[in-house]
Design a binder for this molecule. Structure first.
Ligand SMILES: Nc1ncnc2c1ncn2[C@@H]1O[C@H](COP(=O)(O)OP(=O)(O)OP(=O)(O)O)[C@@H](O)[C@H]1O
Length: 334
């Protein structure tokens, strides 16, 4: 649905030039929720704005659907932008217009009749749960409600793609979660492809299918959220993962424990099965859980444990082999 090929973007020229994006290649499938995460200044906004050409890349091509946007005329580009909705951190609503008029704004540009416009605004108000608030002004709404207006406006022309520019960064945790649920709902009901940028790993973990980590203008890691989250390779990725992980490093225990310390990762329905108990019960091995997380990423349960096994070496090997056979990823803590 979205293809960014060899994208670079520089601001300024000569000795003051800033290379905000360098050689980025990302392909996003139809119906995916794709997240781009990076620290402040990494280039997230620039990259997102390259997708609808609010920023024109210095080099490279942008294709949305089967249309290469980078080679269109201004008029053709305006037409194609209707297929790409966008929401913003600070909502960007018209303060002097009611909720209904804010949502109707892109419909006016698309020259819908009054009747069609009313019908569509009613549908959109229902979709984002604001049926009771159509005649209010933005100043009379909470942050979460303002973002719902932003989402309704972005969806007005039935876009194929929704770009989200730090859409929950100005919201408290509870409101953030309600907006994230709404985005998933929209993705599932309407099949819209969502591309979001964020500096919060929580956002990625809650709703994204895949993630790209960017640092200093380049992609340093990309893949399925589960894969990247459970086995982060790049220091910047590890940094983001640690935002939602236990800050205690279990390797500090190695010197003080006499048993064998093992790290176990598991994903999917086996998370809720008594695999550890079953693996040790016919052996002499005892175990202690030293650290553990059992949680969910989007809809997938997963667990990460650090376990101390005490017992006969051969029996411990047998337990490890049994766990691996059941699909768990098992390795020594090192
Ligand atoms: N219009 C501009 N002119 C010059 N430099 C710019 C411009 N916009 C962004 N930059 C520079 O490009 C780099 C990337 O900025 P960008 O805003 O894309 O990062 P970001 O990851 O979105 O950061 P933040 O999370 O703080 O918004 C930064 O070094 C920034 O100073």
């Amino acid at each position: 649905m979205i293809e960014l090929r060899d994208i670079s973007k520089s601001y300024g020229t000569g000795s003051t030039a800033v290379e905000a994006i360098r050689d980025v290649n990302i392909t996003i499938d139809k119906g995916e929720i794709f997240g781009i995460i990076g620290h402040s200044g990494a280039g997230k906004s620039t990259l997102l704005r390259c997708v609808n050409l609010l920023e024109r890349p210095t080099t490279g091509t942008v294709t949305v659907g089967d249309v290469e946007l980078t080679k269109l005329s201004t008029t053709q580009l305006q037409q194609q932008r209707r297929r790409i909705g966008m929401i913003f951190q600070h909502f960007n609503l018209l303060s002097m217009a009611t909720v209904r008029d804010n949502i109707a704004f892109p419909l006016k540009l698309a020259k819908l009749s009054k009747g069609e416009m009313k019908k569509r605004v009613d549908e959109l108000l229902a979709l984002v749960g604001l049926e009771q608030h159509g005649n209010k002004f933005p100043a009379q709404l909470s942050g979460g409600q303002k973002q719902r207006v932003g989402i309704a406006r972005a969806l007005a022309n039935n876009p194929d793609v929704l770009l989200c520019d730090e859409a929950t960064s100005a919201l408290d945790p509870q409101t953030t979660n309600s907006i994230l649920s709404l985005l998933v709902d929209i993705n599932q009901k309407l099949g819209i492809t969502i591309l979001l940028i964020t500096h919060e790993m929580h956002v990625i973990r809650s709703i994204c299918d895949r993630v790209a980590v960017i640092d200093d203008g380049g992609v340093v890691e990309m893949g399925d959220v589960l894969e990247v989250f459970l086995k982060p390779q790049h220091p910047v990725t590890r940094d983001f993962v640690s935002q939602i992980a236990d800050s205690f490093d279990p390797r500090e225990l190695i010197a003080s424990r006499s048993g064998r310390l093992i790290k176990v990762n598991y994903v999917g329905d086996i998370t809720y099965e008594p695999l550890l108990f079953n693996a040790v019960k016919s052996t002499s091995v005892q175990f202690t859980i030293l650290q553990g997380t059992v949680s969910r990423m989007k809809n997938t349960p997963y667990g990460q444990l650090v376990i101390e096994f005490i017992g006969d070496h051969a029996d411990i090997e047998k337990v490890i082999a049994d766990l691996r056979h059941k699909g768990l990823e098992v390795g020594d803590l090192a």
